[in-house]
Design a protein. Structure first.
Length: 253
């Protein structure tokens, strides 16, 4: 499916994996709408991209914000690609010496990673359903999980659960949307060189990179974006989760 003369919506598009996705689809000729928090670098990103790039400040946990961004994208051109890349992953053990970790600390992880993804999937697919068929498709939604969905580490119970839920809804979503000509895929990245990883001490980053069998390094956001491009162009990719991780299997800690 071609994306030129179409629009692409990217959540979390102001940095990291989402930024790489926005840049890739803009380069391929799509009009790109980025939704990210008002305090993000979204405005600067669209200024650098230039024409066919729009920033919609918003929060993916707020359905009205996602709906507004989807509508903005559909107004520019037929919405054919939606990438749910917004996510957070603060570590949180279930309890410490003071007792169980307050739900107020772990709930945002579930809200952003799971509900934020669901909002994008629901609103974007509804908009796509009225598109004309293009190479047999009306649109593609790509969700972003994590290898933590399969081998989450200590302190990642909430994060792993949120990403595991994204994995679990990929196939039923693809089955439900098949009659509309809309595909659903999920990418589960391993350790990638993103702002989340940049916040770690250098020694810790080197340790994580060394655990990747091959290539023994952190992934590049551009490699994530390259996979998204292939997913969009390859019609047989549907209802599946692709681990993008250099064959890593995360240790317990």
């Amino acid at each position: 499916m071609r994306v030129s003369d179409a629009s692409a919506l990217v959540t979390g598009g102001a940095s990291g994996l989402g930024l790489a996705a926005a840049q890739r689809f803009h380069r391929l000729g799509a009009s790109v709408v980025i939704i990210d928090l008002p305090r993000s670098a979204g405005e600067q990103v669209v200024e650098r991209l230039g024409e066919r790039a729009v920033f919609v400040p918003g929060d993916v946990t707020v359905p009205a914000d996602v709906q507004r961004a989807v509508q903005r994208a559909a107004d520019l051109a037929p919405l054919r690609v939606a990438v749910a890349a917004a996510g957070i992953g603060p570590p949180a053990k279930m309890f410490d010496r003071d007792g169980p970790t307050p739900l107020e600390w772990v709930r945002p992880t579930i809200e952003v990673n799971l509900m934020g993804t669901y909002h994008v999937l629901a609103y974007a697919s509804h908009a796509m359903s009225s598109n004309e068929l293009e190479s047999g498709d009306r649109g593609v939604v790509v969700c972003t999980a994590s290898v933590a969905a399969y081998d989450g580490q200590v302190g990642q119970v909430a994060y792993a659960a949120s990403k595991g839920a994204v994995v679990a809804m990929t196939l039923p979503a693809a089955r439900e949307l098949a009659r509309h000509g809309i595909r659903v895929m999920t990418v589960a990245p391993g350790p990638f060189d993103t702002p989340l990883m940049a916040a770690m001490p250098e020694k810790a980053k080197l340790s994580v990179a060394a655990q990747v069998p091959h290539p023994s390094r952190l992934g590049s956001p551009e490699e994530y974006a390259a996979l998204l491009e292939h997913i969009v162009s390859n019609q047989m990719l549907n209802g599946e989760v692709i681990r993008l991780d250099g064959a890593i299997r995360m240790s317990p800690r």
